[in-house]
Ligand binder design. Structure first.
Ligand code: CA
Length: 243
């Protein structure tokens, strides 16, 4: 099983620190709604209407989570924002939730494999979105360096669960949060066949509503990034097994 989250993210005085969430959305109604719901949960929320200022805010304020609409005014849309964020070191660990207006935009996202951690189709329930934000923050808390970390070594592949580091032959490889979680899940269940649905439940969470192709897209990324170091079999009609 994936390790359950063990810690809150706390200051020395015990108060839960305010995680910064940057919302990049040009629809004022949606932005205000998200603002209200997220503030109610104690998050610090910054609203931005376009990609350039949103990207800037995510970097400057060290956002934990960015909620990014796909269709944005100006030269940087949601896809491009995500791509730029993932391209730099500081932005790698930001949890990104993409808001898409239509299912065909999700298809585009899947096609582009941009490394967003989650996708939500409009219209969405703010409660559902808040639940996904919380889940993403819980997962990112596992990235705090941990001296009691569990390390798995499979041939050239080395996976440090506490530090959330993956290396092949001693060389570090970069993964989006969800890709890492998927890899960790496969490693912890190695030898077993896991169906796409099981993987969605374990990695994305049981409440995740989405297409099972999402798993395939992430598996493709793992294969691309790890090459021969990953001996992952596709079990036709069922799912995947790490050997
Ligand atoms: Ca929009």
């Amino acid at each position: 099983m994936l390790r359950p989250p063990v810690r809150g993210f706390r200051r020395h005085n015990g108060a839960v620190s305010e995680a910064v969430i940057v919302v990049v959305e040009d629809d004022a109604n949606i932005a205000d709604l998200l603002d209200m719901y997220l503030r109610r949960e104690g998050y610090r929320v910054l609203l931005h209407r376009d990609g350039a200022s949103g990207l800037d805010a995510i970097r400057t304020h060290r956002a934990r989570i960015a909620i990014v609409d796909v269709g944005l005014p100006g030269g940087i849309d949601g896809f491009e924002l995500c791509r730029r964020l993932r391209a730099d070191n500081a932005g790698k660990h930001v949890g990104v939730i993409m808001l898409t207006a239509r299912d065909d935009e999700i298809d585009r996202v899947l096609g582009l494999e941009l490394g967003a951690d989650d996708y939500v189709t409009k219209p969405f329930s703010p409660r559902e979105l808040v639940a996904r934000v919380k889940a993403l923050i819980r997962r990112s808390e596992l990235s705090v360096p941990d001296t009691t970390s569990t390390v798995h070594e499979l041939g050239d592949l080395r996976l440090d669960l506490g530090r959330r580091e993956v290396s092949v032959g001693g060389e570090l490889r970069t993964f989006a949060a969800r890709e890492f979680d998927l890899l960790a899940c496969l490693v912890e269940h190695r030898g077993l066949v896991l169906s796409r649905r099981q993987l969605l439940d374990l990695v994305w969470g049981p409440g995740w509503i989405g297409d099972e192709r999402t798993v395939d897209v992430h598996v493709r990324q793992l294969r691309k990034k790890l090459g021969d170091a990953l001996s992952l079999s596709t079990v036709w009609g069922v799912g995947y097994r790490l050997d």
